[in-house]
Design a protein around this ligand. Structure first.
Ligand SMILES: Nc1nc2c(c(=O)[nH]1)N[C@H]1C(S)=C(S)[C@@H](COP(=O)(O)OP(=O)(O)OC[C@H]3O[C@@H](n4cnc5c(N)ncnc54)[C@H](O)[C@@H]3O)O[C@H]1N2
Ligand code: MOO
Length: 397
């Protein structure tokens, strides 16, 4: 059996590049940006008032002038209007293009207007209330760097520089396959000794966060059928995410079916709980098979601890490891790396704290909805104390 660290290294040695594609920006939310977004012109593109009011030349104010004749009114979007005399001003609206003959803007609230004359009755500063051309970014500068999830704010920036098509990372074609004769579709009523399938939908909805639209399949425990279907899936998909049938049982056919199809085993079994019998391999045509143990908590853990980091590495999403402070003592008297389910919260000092819940093993999925993460407790120890800090793998927080 290998360690969690070794398993991670083997999986990371299989990181893939699925290429890029160009898509319409309205469909790009949640995808991974594969190009830098540049400023198409200076931002802002011209000097513009940040308030509605009047624009003057500060020089005139310095000379003692306080009354200014309103030469004209300029709305946003209009070509800049100039003044010709010291005692003139332009009534100008927020976001309009300021002419270079003026350099200072005063709010309506700070002036009086009578008979087309604006009187300034406060102290003002040169250049006030103006957002200068190129102050935010210069033309050609990077506004958004590649290799990040496209968020609403990135979409807004893309729209404002006219990038209506974005180059994004292509996503792998994924099949999610549950196995087992005892597993019936959720809409069916199981016999007293059957269970409803839940792993498939859980995995699918985690992948939806990455905009992967995976296909869901189910195979019964029939060796020849599994072999045939597996061989087809290896041709049609980049990644197979299987659950069940990888342990020691009489009907756990997956490892043997993979072997007979020439799918190379890269590892089988990790010193961890849950998820010990996890099987990972690669086909001759470089397709990856993540075969998770069937228990729902094992699936959830292996998905978040191994598959998602592999996916994020493949998509070049920067790593963001997270840690939390243990809120209670945990004893774990086994030589396995333990992933405990924890509820996360933030304490008044701003620290992320993790409180473990007692569960009944990897078949007990009843606590997944009321917890937020797995806390990864190192193999070398059996006792973990309140106040110690460990890595966490979030799923609900
Ligand atoms: N002799 C040994 N037996 C077992 C070992 C072992 O080392 N030696 N490991 C145990 C561990 S740990 C786990 S975890 C399980 C994993 O077994 P399999 O991967 O073969 O999974 P199955 O037996 O097919 O299923 C396990 C469990 O999960 C339920 N299941 C399966 N698919 C689904 C699904 N889609 N949705 C919800 N639940 C599912 C299934 O009914 C079983 O109850 O093996 C131990 N045995
Ligand atoms: O390794 Mo298994 O997932 O504990 O039951």
């Amino acid at each position: 059996m290998i360690s969690v660290q070794q398993a991670e290294e083997i999986i990371f040695s299989q990181v893939k590049n699925f290429g890029t594609e160009e898509i319409f920006y309205e469909n790009a939310s949640g995808r991974i940006l594969a190009e830098d977004i540049l400023a198409d012109r200076d931002l802002p593109p011209f000097d513009r008032p940040t308030v509605d009011g009047i624009a003057i030349s500060f020089n005139s104010y310095e000379k003692g002038l306080r009354s200014f004749t309103i030469k004209s009114v300029q709305a946003a979007g209009e070509a800049p209007l100039s003044i010709d005399e010291d005692n003139e001003c332009i009534e100008i609206m927020t976001g309009a293009a300021l002419h270079y003959s003026m350099d200072t803007v005063i709010r309506y609230e700070d002036i009086l207007i009578n008979n087309n004359i604006a009187i300034i009755n406060i102290d003002i500063k040169k250049g006030q209330n103006i957002h200068l051309k190129g102050r935010d970014k210069k033309a050609g500068e990077i506004l958004v760097k590649a290799n990040q999830v496209i968020t609403p704010s990135i979409l807004g920036i893309a729209a404002s520089v006219g990038k209506t098509f974005l180059t994004v990372k292509k996503l792998p074609r994924v099949a999610i396959i549950s196995t087992g004769d005892e597993m019936v579709p959720p809409e069916n009523t199981p016999t007293p000794f059957q269970l409803r399938r839940s792993n498939g939908i859980t995995i699918k909805s985690v992948l939806e966060k990455y905009k992967i639209d995976a296909d869901r399949l189910h195979w019964n425990d029939d060796f020849e059928l599994i072999k045939k279907e597996l061989s087809q899936c290896i041709d049609n998909y980049d990644i197979l995410l299987l659950s069940g049938g990888v342990s020691m049982g009489k009907f756990d056919y997956l490892p043997k079916a993979c072997e007979e199809l020439g799918i190379e085993k890269l590892f089988h079994k990790i010193k961890q709980r849950p998820g010990k019998p996890f099987w990972f391999g690669k086909s001759q045509n470089e397709k990856l098979v993540f075969a998770f143990p069937g228990n729902p908590v094992s699936v959830f853990m292996c998905l978040h601890r191994y598959f998602i980091p592999w996916l994020e590495k493949s998509l070049k999403i920067p790593e963001n490891p997270q840690y939390a402070v243990l809120q209670n003592d945990i004893d774990f008297p086994f030589s396995l790396q333990y992933f405990a389910q924890v509820k996360l919260s933030v304490n008044p000092s701003g620290q992320l704290i993790a409180e473990s819940v007692n569960t009944n093993g990897s078949g007990d999925f009843s606590h997944l909805a009321e917890t937020d993460a797995f806390i990864e407790l190192p193999l070398e120890k059996n006792e973990f104390k309140k106040g110690e800090v460990y890595k966490i793998w979030k799923y609900n927080f």
